[in-house]
Design a protein around this ligand. Sequence first.
Ligand code: MN
Length: 236
Amino acid sequence: MKPVIGITSSFVPNAQTISLHTSYLNAITRAGGLPFVVPAGLSPENADQILAKVDGLLFSGGADIDPQLFNQNPHPLLGEVSPERDRIELPLMRAAVEKDVPVLGVCRGAQLLNVALGGTLYQDLGREVSGSIKHVQKAPMYHASHSISIMEDSKLARLLGVSEIRVNSFHHQSIKNVAPGLNVSATAPDGIVEAVESSTGKAFVMGVQWHPEAMIDKVEAFLGVFEGFLKAARAS
Ligand code: MN
């Protein structure tokens, strides 16, 4: 049996639909998993039952995290938020980490991981971090724009097999104060956090600020992130 990976989806208010880029499905499939979509908009009490059905959870990219979730008021440059996503994803993330269900957060998912465990975000890093480089690239998703440095001895370094690599970048928010239980495992040249992972020996808790799922055809190393995730899911 393949490990079942629940993948969170976006909510499109005007069309009243959910959506998920197929690159997530492809990445999980290529790494040996069976992807299932977790619908945005579910009420929080479903979190435990979803967890009981999956071997791992992938929190996908999308709208900004509502700053209310880390006790801040909205910055003027805050983008679109998604209460439909937050209401199910926040309890799902907390329960998954608590129950040691493997978790991979991508972009928004990495930020959600940090906020769920008590961290904070820059609501708009271009305005809030002086000297920051461009993190919202105007190039296709498969294109690597900026470099990241990967911490020695991190799980991410073991999965990628390198200490420096170029990634794509589609975020104007980023992790500010790192949550208890997480370590920074990669940073951009401007110091922006590009990856975090569990500091407490959890099976697999990782957040990446870029979109490795969109690059696996161009950069083989990025499939390693999903293979490491699936290995943990198989063991859980
Ligand atoms: Mn970036």
